[in-house]
Design a protein around this ligand. Structure first.
Ligand code: BYC
Length: 314
């Protein structure tokens, strides 16, 4: 078969909603696009543990602490799961981590903002995990089998995370005037970064056209962002939170909420390494990755030894 015929056959499989599996033929660009998106997704899960970890020792109750610890642990698990799924494309985890440390691979812009008070933990669970779920539900139907299956499993846990965040916000909105103020302040700071998680507007999204054709992405950045906006504004109003955007308006004809344009210059700054916490997040990861070297070496030595023993016994 010529390259052109192979490509045609590949597209036909995608169009027929068949899943592509790791050992199937795939265009090199498809493999690269998946490695880029999936490794970034894995890095986001792991880096996302940092802003939340900042509050693990200062949770207001034992119950809140246990829930937060379980959530952070879940995020670590999602990261490991996604690294494994990405490895099925022929890249190893060390290389992915190297790309993160060298700034060649990104992670979600949203984790470059600081968590200043306990309400931020509510806002992250409700808004950040809420946005992640809208994206990931769509990605459950991605064309690559390993990624699609990972998303199905991860979404089950994410919905618990979203509830955890909304519960914190609800509790604070039922509390003292100071607590209400803290919740509104967190809302004001996390609203725009959460909306930016969906990526640049469709007309400025470099990868969307090809990724949609190959069904790596199933819906566009703007479509998913609007879905999140429509769900979240009602949830905010229900507990008495205001949306930090004076121009929101419900359009009865389209049945969608309209919002102000986002500051895409800020987004570009953040994804290019110049957000409020970029250096802190990356340096923290590099430090603990290096300090954990001996654990990885010991685990590898143990595994090699076990294999040797098994071979001699057999
Ligand atoms: N942040 O052409 P575009 C979580 C980059 S974590 C940073 O639209 P694409 C959680 C993009 O990579 C869940 N960079 O790209 C964890 C590209 O640059 P490169 C995280 C962004 O790929 C802990 C350039 O901008 N979810 O749930 O078609 C605690 C042009 O963009 C961002 C995922 O990772 C961004 N927000 O679409 C709590 C979902 N947006 O690569 C919660 C999987 C864009 O050429 N990823 N860029 O250097 C996706 O669905 C897609 O990759 C995106 C972007 C929608 C994010």
């Amino acid at each position: 078969m010529t390259e052109e015929q192979k490509l045609e056959q590949f597209q036909a499989r995608i169009d027929a909603e068949e899943k592509i599996e790791p050992k199937d033929w795939m265009p090199e660009e498809y493999r690269k696009a998946l490695i880029r998106q999936m490794s970034q997704h894995a890095h986001s899960e792991v880096i996302g543990m940092q802003p939340e970890g900042n509050w693990a020792l200062r949770a207001p109750t034992l119950r809140a602490k246990k829930i937060l610890l379980a959530k952070i642990q879940d995020e670590g698990g999602h990261g490991l799961y996604l690294y494994s799924a990405t490895e099925t494309l022929g890249i190893d985890r060390d290389t992915m981590i190297e790309q993160l440390h060298e700034g060649k691979a990104k992670y979600s812009s949203v984790f470059n903002y600081p968590t200043l008070n306990w309400a931020d933990i509510g806002a992250i669970g409700w808004l950040v995990d809420g946005a992640a779920i809208v994206n990931q539900i769509s990605l459950q139907r991605t064309s690559f089998g390993s990624y699609s299956r990972a998303m199905i499993r991860i979404c089950k846990e994410e919905s618990f995370h979203q509830r955890q965040g909304y519960e914190i916000m609800t509790t604070m909105m039922n509390g003292t005037p100071e607590q209400k103020e803290m919740a509104q302040d967190a809302m004001n700071r996390w609203w725009a970064p959460a909306l930016m998680m969906f990526g640049p507007p469709d007309n400025d999204s470099a990868h969307s056209k090809q990724s949609l054709k190959w069904k790596i992405k199933r819906e566009s950045n703007d479509v998913l962002r609007q879905r999140f906006i429509d769900k979240t504004i009602d949830q905010a109003h229900f507990i008495g939170l205001e949306i930090p955007d004076k121009n929101i308006r419900f359009n009865k004809e389209t049945e969608h909420w309209e919002t102000s344009p986002l500051d895409w210059n800020e987004f570009k700054q953040v994804i290019n390494g110049n957000g409020p916490c970029n250096h802190q997040r990356l340096n923290h990861h590099i430090k603990y990755h290096n300090e954990g070297n001996w654990v990885r070496e010991a685990a590898l030595a143990f595994a090699e030894n076990e294999m040797k023993l098994e071979t001699t016994t057999n």
